[in-house]
Write a protein that binds this ligand. Sequence first.
Ligand code: SAJ
Length: 422
Amino acid sequence: MKISKASVIGLGYIGLPTAAALATQKVSVLGIDVNESTVNTINQGKIHIVEPELDVAVQAAVTRGFLRASLTPEPADAFLIAVPTPFKDDHEPDLSYIKQAAQSIAPVLKKGDLIILESTSPVGTTEMLSQWLAAERSDLTFPHNTGESSDIRVAHCPERVLPGQVMYELVHNDRVIGGITPRCTEAARNLYEVFVRGECVETDAKTAEMCKLTENAARDVSIAFANELSIICDKTGIDVWELIQLANRHPRINILQPGPGVGGHCIAVDPWFIISQSRDETPLMQAARNINDNKPNWVIQKVQHSVEQILKNTPGKSITDITIACFGLAFKADIDDLRESPAMRIAESLANSHPGTVLGIEPNISELPETMGSSKLKFESTEQALMTADVYVLLVDHREFRRFNPSSAGKVVVDTRGIWLP
Ligand code: SAJ
């Protein structure tokens, strides 16, 4: 079936680039979002998020008339759902955004339509989506109960793009596509082949769901191993970065890099979707989550220890005279995203506990967002921080911070990324 009109529900970090990629291939795309200002921004050909090359793609698609945004769904041949799937306080997945998306598109569905869930989801969610849609539209048949003969096709195709490289990876990465039935899979594959140059690999919905969770859980476990090594090496006086470089010279070893903890909305979240369904079978994934979640506390202790050392070595200096500078607040290098950032957590915690000044330096933003900045954390430029700091804490390996090295100038440094080695 040829898709001439598609609708993308949720115009965030995944939905908007996907809408733009489809529109670039001359599919008429309607993007739906609950946020009015997002809708208005996109209809002006502009974007509300930072992602290289996305601005150009959206502007071209809107100007040429292939992309439009709205608060209200309209009929289309295919609907791609790309809404958030966070977890609740007890680490149980919160699927309410998917359910709301299903309820919002149900009234405009017609026989032959294809629904694709792109949001990262616990195993079984695609089938639940089909059930939620069926509950709204008893006049149509759905694949979870009528199988191949259903009026509507439902499939899962998890997004796998890396923030910062979304526009490239969206086109070039392989896609894993799992329908509730083989015909659902085939219909979804036809859609992705419109803009994907990587391979579109077919499976079933549950395997596709588990595949995405597995990818991010595997990365979490690997980073936990690196973080554990960094703590052991610190205790034994070994340079962990040299150690990992040496070990990685073995042809079958590829250890990831330690850091201040794991941030973002994916790697630190998705393992919980497996754990919450298989608590007794996941000791390794649970241990990894614990190690990565506790790494910020270890970094805070290292900084506190450095402050104590300065006080011990400088009689007459008071703790209120000591300025701690936290270099980097984003959740990883060269992006502006502060959400779920271990660096931000460390900086805020130090600002709240240290009686002297704590500086937060983040070259990718112009000010601290009101909701996130601790009132005691002082936003500062790199140059100013370099002049006033007593303790230099490197939290994010932004390219700006690679241009100098306080260790070689004999400063007190806590380097969580290994770019300021003595
Ligand atoms: N990190 C380390 N050490 C490393 C690699 C990463 O400490 O060696 C930290 C980062 O600093 C960051 C966190 O892990 O705090 C996550 O960063 P990331 O670059 O590993 O991943 P994300 O969250 O930006 O994107 C991941 C990607 N998944 C995988 O690489 C398996 C991406 O492909 C997914 O599409 C994305 O999650 C998602 O949306 O699920």
